[in-house]
Ligand binder design. Sequence first.
Ligand code: GLY
Ligand code: MN
Ligand code: MN
Length: 429
Amino acid sequence: MIKEREYRKRRKKIAKKLLNNSVVLLTSAKPKVRSNDTNYPYRQDSNFYYLTGFKEDNASLVFTKSGNKVKTILFVQKKDRQEELWNGKRLGEIEAKKRFLVDEIRVSSSLKESLEELCKDKENLYFDFSIEAPKIKKSLKRSFIAHYDISLLIKKMRLIKSKAEIKLIKKAIKITKKAHHSAMKFNKCTKGENELLAKIEYIFKKNGAYSDAYTSIVACGDSANTLHYIANNKDLKAKELILIDAGCEYEYYASDITRTIPTDGKFTKAQRELYELLLDTQEQVIKMIKPNILRSELQKKAEILLVDGMIKLGIMRGKREKLIKKLKHKKYYPHGIGHWMGLDVHDAAPYLDADKKEIALRKNMLLTIEPGIYISKDDKSVPKRFRGIGIRIEDDILVTKNSHKNLSAGIAKSVKEIEAKSYTCNSNL
Ligand code: GLY
Ligand code: MN
Ligand code: MN
């Protein structure tokens, strides 16, 4: 768990960066309608959560700054018996006062009126441009000299993970590890992608991760060549590979893991050749990770290794430099080497600094490394035995003081490890 003190420390850090004579308004996520009168399960906005640790809807966080004086006010929903009967318990202002280390707690119904008072004499208004712009402009009667996007300051802080955050991410990965190992074990006695997905989600929920961090992908054979294949509804066919990109969210923190496994427990020769090329590439890229390395250097290394390997296997023809310059590799490896991960699977932290220069890796940043090779079943330019194979291998890597730590290293990955997990099974588990 993340302690209240840590949330307060984050708020203090943000407050230091605010201009004098400012007000900040940050609001909770809005509930999202699924259809008619049913909603998706509520999930707090990550930036709001980062500064408050508060999971309820209809809440706001306000900062005021005059000179060196900063005040923080959290607005929470009132207790309401009827509402709580239908939609669950609310903390309410009395309990909120005991729990949160903010200067003041007020009720959400007073927000509008409070804002008029709190904004008096203030020149600068900070809010999250992506979610608040239209509402703020309408609700406040007065105008400010300047508007700033508070989310940019928060996102920058989210680049570096604290000890407590890393602990939660490790826990998410631990649960995800169990889920992938279960898929590796049951692949032979599972009929469809959907059934395998159900086994994964069962493990997530059973272990206290009540949501996935993103919609899982369980893609057999050529389906893996659709990068965002989320239908997950085809039968598993013999002698195919299954690409499984699935990671749970634990206490708001993501994991993001891909493994590619054979349907009948054993890789064919062609599958193995491609798999080992990709695995070697992924491992070599991971080895490079340390402070001051750029993500673009990792990308370049992956492209060089994959193109060299694909030339060797007869998938690509020509000179490596020329092929890469002409972006020919994009046909088989069209995406990036990885992304920041944290409260969001694609963590909303920046990739460029204020001068538009790429941000280099630093201690306690966390990123995925996920090269892939995708060969369509209809690609006649490729030797037949490789067609219809899509493979991605993805791990979650923490940058350390002088090097890195692969937090998902315990999830079976080599051909030998994956084949050893699979067992013959006759029952319909
Ligand atoms: N699962 C989303 C991604 O790998 O980026
Ligand atoms: Mn990813
Ligand atoms: Mn992924």
